[in-house]
Design a protein around this ligand. Structure first.
Ligand code: MG
Length: 391
């Protein structure tokens, strides 16, 4: 006999769209006017444009934590983005927020990442120190606004304001003022006015953290760089590990299943925590419209307890995994690749494709070109230009 899932606990069934949700019919629109699509709303169309973009396909060969060639089962930027979209949509559905918008933001949120993850970003930022720096978040916006070349009448993907707003999750004051000059009242404005983005955008930020905290445990253990014994010092992990073993003592013989069940429970509880805490925050703030919500403080959040437990895990991963000597060793080499590519293209622009080489502002075209590279393309280019093979 086949059984259906039994009824859920505290999380209620899907209701109507919340009055705080972004409504595609009320979008602030695209930078270049386009006729509405006959079968899709504005956010569905944004999501589809992102999925078909070149930058999106490149995410499969971009590092999340482990380099692409270090193993077939580690997360890449692509699978990370899909996990963020999954978690984000689940939460959005429960809160009556716009799932399509959440999906579009989640799939686009890491499009501006350099090859080699944070190591690549730090190196490129260093190379660009005298020229305004490099920030992957701002670069994600550049990718969707300018760098994708797919449409006859405009650069970029011409996405809706709400999707672009969600992609730009942080921004310095200086960068915000720069954006504001180019697009008055646009996506940079909220960083000047210190207002909040849509609830869908707030949600994607949290879904990003929930996703990487969980999958980095899995990848960290798989790589052998962190052990279950170490993880048992982290309350969020230890609690669900203990709970799982109490319920299924046999899993002590099946460490992978035990790990997956522990992570699964951690994920579920964080999701339910966000849903419950956000409902309470919305009720407490008494906001009734999206305009009011933007003026309130952040509304999509963890409870205080979950926030503490989640930051403890984040700190653990930072110290034990991201700063692990083996990861640091690749980091140092990855940074060298990026620095040497940067120096090579600045001194010999003709080594870049013609449209990048032709740009009079090399401190714009070189970081754009490097940031767009996949890990393995960057390594091949580095070898071609320097004759040395790293990593
Ligand atoms: Mg991310």
């Amino acid at each position: 006999m086949l059984l259906s899932d039994s009824s859920p606990g505290s999380v209620q069934a899907v209701g109507p769209l919340s009055p705080l949700a972004c409504d595609p019919a009320q979008t602030r629109g695209r930078r270049f006017a386009e006729a509405a699509a006959p079968t899709r709303n504005a956010y569905q169309r944004d999501r589809d444009r992102i999925v078909h973009s070149t930058a999106f396909r490149r995410l499969v060969y971009k590092t999340q934590v482990f380099l692409n060639h270090e193993g077939d089962l580690f997360r890449t930027r692509l699978t990370h983005s899909l996990e963020v979209a999954q978690l984000g949509r689940s939460i959005a559905r429960a809160l009556g927020l716009n799932e399509d918008l959440v999906e579009a933001i989640a799939l686009a949120h890491d499009l501006g990442h350099t090859p080699f993850g944070h190591a690549g970003q730090d190196a490129l930022n260093e190379c660009m120190r005298e020229h305004g720096g490099f920030e992957h978040n701002l670069q994600s916006l550049r990718v969707v606004d300018q760098l994708e070349e797919r449409y006859p009448a405009f650069d970029g993907l011409n996405l809706s304001f709400e999707t672009r707003e969600g992609v730009l999750k942080h921004c310095s004051r200086a960068n915000a003022e720069h954006l504001e000059r180019a697009e008055p009242g646009g996506v940079g404005r909220r960083f000047i006015d210190r207002t909040q983005p849509s609830l869908e955008a707030q949600l994607c930020n949290l879904a990003d953290a929930i996703a990487y905290n969980a999958h980095d445990i899995d990848d960290g253990v798989r790589s052998g760089l962190i052990s279950i014994e170490q993880l048992l010092q982290v309350e969020l992990f230890a609690h669900y590990h203990r709970q799982t073993l109490d319920e299924y003592p046999d899993l002590s013989e099946k460490p992978r299943r035990l790990l997956y069940e522990t992570i699964r429970r951690m994920l579920s509880d964080q999701v339910y925590d966000v849903i419950d805490t956000t409902r309470q925050a919305v009720a407490q703030a008494g906001v009734r419209t999206l305009v009011e919500a933007r003026l309130a403080g952040p509304l999509v959040a963890f409870s205080a307890g979950m926030k503490t437990r989640s930051s403890e895990l984040q700190k653990f991963l930072f110290a034990q995994l991201y700063r692990h000597p083996q990861v640091m060793h690749t980091t140092v080499q990855a940074q060298q690749v990026v620095r040497e590519l940067f120096a090579a293209y600045v001194s010999q622009p003709a080594e870049m494709p013609a449209d990048f080489a032709a740009n009079a502002n090399l401190h714009r075209s070189v970081p754009d070109y490097i940031a767009g590279m996949t890990d393995r393309f960057a390594l091949r280019e580095h070898e071609r230009l320097t004759g040395r093979k790293l990593l």
